[in-house]
Design a binder for this molecule. Structure first.
Ligand code: DGL
Length: 245
């Protein structure tokens, strides 16, 4: 076994988690799988996403990763329990909306949770909202936003904000419940100018480091290898763009 990590998302959203991983664990070899062929996950059914997620995990396991980061809220909410049961020899780190962070710091303020429809519908996330009740929490299923981020469509993103988020513009906190959204954090912060933006990526990276250290594996040189299920060349360019920005 090697000090190497598998990470996947429906597309390039997981780059928001990858960026934190590189800072926290620079000496691991990382295999990033972008499942662009099946992007977006958020409007698909739980059954379909579960099947897709298992295929991605099989691929990363075949590369010999002892630890897999599910850098996707939708995939985590849908399948992490089943994955842990099916593959007890693999460590899975999931990604979940930072509801607890808001509960701990400002649970009585107006908050808005942005996520995919499937994430919001999943029992796991419903359970988090019950466990950490935030008194004025609104949720919004952002159908189509991840696609605009995948396309780097800046104008489309600004139009999306105007069209969908204007009624919520005065909220105090915004929770980024999809890994694509931290990639446009600056744009979101400009739009929700009064709000504190909550994003759990750093916490995921720290948890990954903690779990890896327990395995006591030999350190690696620190490389990133990119895979994409659609095999479209432009996906790697978009991946690099977000990784460097
Ligand atoms: N990045 C994924 C997440 O965190 C969702 C995007 C999609 O709908 O595929 O939920």
């Amino acid at each position: 076994m090697k000090y190497q990590i598998g990470i996947f998302d429906s597309g390039i959203g997981g780059v928001s988690v990858l960026k934190e991983l590189i800072k926290v664990i620079p000496d691991s070899n990382i295999f990033y799988l972008s499942d662009s062929k099946n992007c977006p996950y958020g409007d698909k059914s739980k059954e379909v996403v579960t099947e897709i997620v298992f295929q991605n995990v099989e691929f990363l396991r075949s590369l010999g990763c002892p630890l897999i980061v599910i850098a996707c809220n939708t995939a985590t909410a849908t399948a992490i329990n089943q994955l842990r049961k099916t593959y007890p020899d693999t460590i899975f780190i999931g990604t979940e909306p930072a509801i607890k962070m808001v509960y701990d710091s400002c649970s009585d303020k107006e908050s808005l949770l942005l996520a995919t429809k499937l994430t919001l519908d999943c029992e796991r996330v419903q359970g988090l909202m019950q466990k950490y009740p935030i008194s004025h929490l609104k949720t919004y299923a952002c159908s189509g936003l991840a696609d605009l981020i995948e396309e780097k469509n800046q104008q489309g993103i600004q139009e999306y904000f105007q069209q969908h988020f204007t009624p919520y513009q005065q909220v105090d906190s915004v929770i980024l419940g999809c890994t694509h959204y931290p990639l446009i954090k600056k744009e979101l912060q400009n739009f929700f100018s009064h709000a504190t933006i909550f994003d759990g990526s750093l916490g995921i990276a720290k948890e990954t480091k903690r779990k890896l250290e327990l395995l006591n594996l030999p350190k690696q040189e620190g490389t990133i290898t990119f895979f994409d299920t659609s095999k479209e060349k432009k996906k790697e360019e978009i991946f690099k763009f977000y990784l460097q920005s």
